[in-house]
Ligand binder design. Sequence first.
Ligand code: AMP
Ligand code: TRP
Length: 345
Amino acid sequence: MRPVLISGVQPTGKLHIGNYLGALKNFVDLQNSGRYECYFFIADLHALTQTPNSKDLSRNILNLAIDFLATGLNPDKSVIFQQSQIKFVQELKWILSTLTPVSELLRMTAFKEKVLQPLKYSEREKITKEKFEKIIEKSNFGLAEYPVLMAADILLYDAQFVPVGEDQLQHLEFTRTLARKFNKKFGKILIEPKPLLTDVPRLMSLDDPTKKMSKSQPSGCLFLDDSPKEIYKKLQKAVTDSGKEIKYDQKNKPAISNLIKIYQVLSGQTVKNIENKFKNKGYGDFKRDLAKIVVKYLAPFQKKKKQLSGQQSKIKKIIEAGNKKANQKVEKKMEIIKKKVGLIF
Ligand code: AMP
Ligand code: TRP
């Protein structure tokens, strides 16, 4: 039997090239390797923690399903489904939440980032303990519970591998700890999953190479849907470092290194080759060439997306079939878990 691999993406808006290079491209490669039993889902319950309105949420769910297919996920090779349609995840989440100290959830980096999102970066950095506590009193409980639901997503499928970007590593470590805790108390039945990272686990913002590229900061993102004109414009505006050299040096030249990384992965050329190619040229030449590469790379994705956008009912059917398979996969496991816990006797 092949090992199970699972990952989810939140339907919270357009995908950027960080999502792609850190996660989705890897999903497709791992799927096509044929080495895993693959499950990929739309994490709609996690997206609810951002309190979207219902129209936006539904549109984003459908859009993400289209993005999954347009990047190359294939329902004949992977189970593609919607998190909220797997009711057993909620049951396991509840059981796991009773093994989780509240303080652990409030310490999570992603939780802190999300509750502090409305503040300016400068304010976030020097926030006092008292002010932070005041803010979290008002934050929605789902944001704190977020990692418990994510752990249930993974553990219920007996997943051994979870491809994600670096920002999810803390949640995975939490999942592993939770599995150990459960196993110690009830018997060894949950598998501790391992993360799978790409060589671009944390792509940085075009605006600021000290911050990760993030949907919450759209001006620093290259979106997979961006038109050639937008791509040229955004790259032209992307911040660069002092000096003129096109050289990969993450410590001293973080901005240009970030752009070289994109160039490297999308063109398949080595860093050395890229450096040589631009030896006596400036940032302007490099950025124009990079824009050309990004536009060319994204064209097939954008074309496929256009085709799929007119096929809503076909996409809904794919998701429904995936939901059914995912439910079948976990039913037995949930029964075993409930027996171990003592809920079924
Ligand atoms: P999200 O949109 O938050 O659901 O993220 C989807 C996937 O993209 C997750 O596996 C993230 O870890 C990954 N990801 C998000 N932002 C970045 C980034 N800037 N660089 C690399 N991976 C990322
Ligand atoms: N938290 C993940 C993110 O923001 C999405 C997610 C939810 C996930 N459940 C998961 C990823 C289970 C991997 C496995 O990207």
